[in-house]
Design a protein around this ligand. Structure first.
Ligand code: SF4
Length: 194
């Protein structure tokens, strides 16, 4: 289907527009028009309002990402199907024994298995809703005032990990906590490899 036809059929944004917007905003955030497109598409899927042609297009993912679900500690293998750079469907990775029994041998080419999906739970299937949620937490917030005061600063993820692991005088800027030393996780762990 041509880009003009896709627009006429209600897809709302063309591949060229998507790439242009992505170049402008970088990879860390989605432009409002893209979010509108995503939310509109998902809402139409959930309301069973897609036309037959649109449903057909949804089955023609132009890219599939094989990865793992981290929504619980099972870690199911995933096939993340994308159109125009937007996740439209998440299914199980048929090479993964958690999603298909017996699973496909690793020697089988992915080019031959594009229509074979494993099964995953509803939480895994709905992961794209979390990924595109406008309220998704993207930064680590660190308390910058007294408890309950509602003051926070954002810190890099790597800094948060370092502080949590090593501990220290993490709240020395907070009145009353200048000398409070926080114990890091590395001093608390009960087991380790010898
Ligand atoms: S697909 Fe479901 S069971 Fe599997 S890891 Fe994700 S949330 Fe857990």
């Amino acid at each position: 289907m041509s880009e003009e036809n896709r627009r006429q059929k209600g897809f709302g944004i063309t591949r060229r527009e998507f790439l242009r917007n992505s170049a402008l905003i970088g990879c860390s955030a989605l432009a409002a028009s893209q979010l509108e497109f995503i939310h509109g598409l998902i809402a139409r899927v959930e309301a069973a309002e897609l036309t037959a042609m649109e449903a057909y297009e949804l089955m023609r993912a132009d890219r599939t990402l094989h990865t793992a679900c981290l929504n619980c500690n099972t870690g199911c293998g995933l096939k993340v199907k994308m159109i125009e750079g937007v996740v439209v469907k998440i299914d199980g990775n048929p090479y993964n024994p958690f999603t298909l029994h017996p699973h496909l041998p690793m020697s089988v080419s992915p080019y031959k298995t594009s229509k074979t999906d494993g099964a995953i739970c509803p939480k895994g299937q709905s992961a794209h809703q979390g990924a595109y949620d406008p309220y998704r937490i993207r930064k680590v917030l660190k308390r910058a005032g007294r408890r309950g005061e509602g003051k926070w600063i954002s810190i890099p993820f790597a800094q948060a990990v370092t502080e949590i692991v090593n501990g220290g005088f993490l709240f020395s800027q907070v009145p009353g906590e200048e000398k409070r030393q926080v114990t890091g996780l590395k001093e608390l762990h009960a087991m380790q490899d010898l």
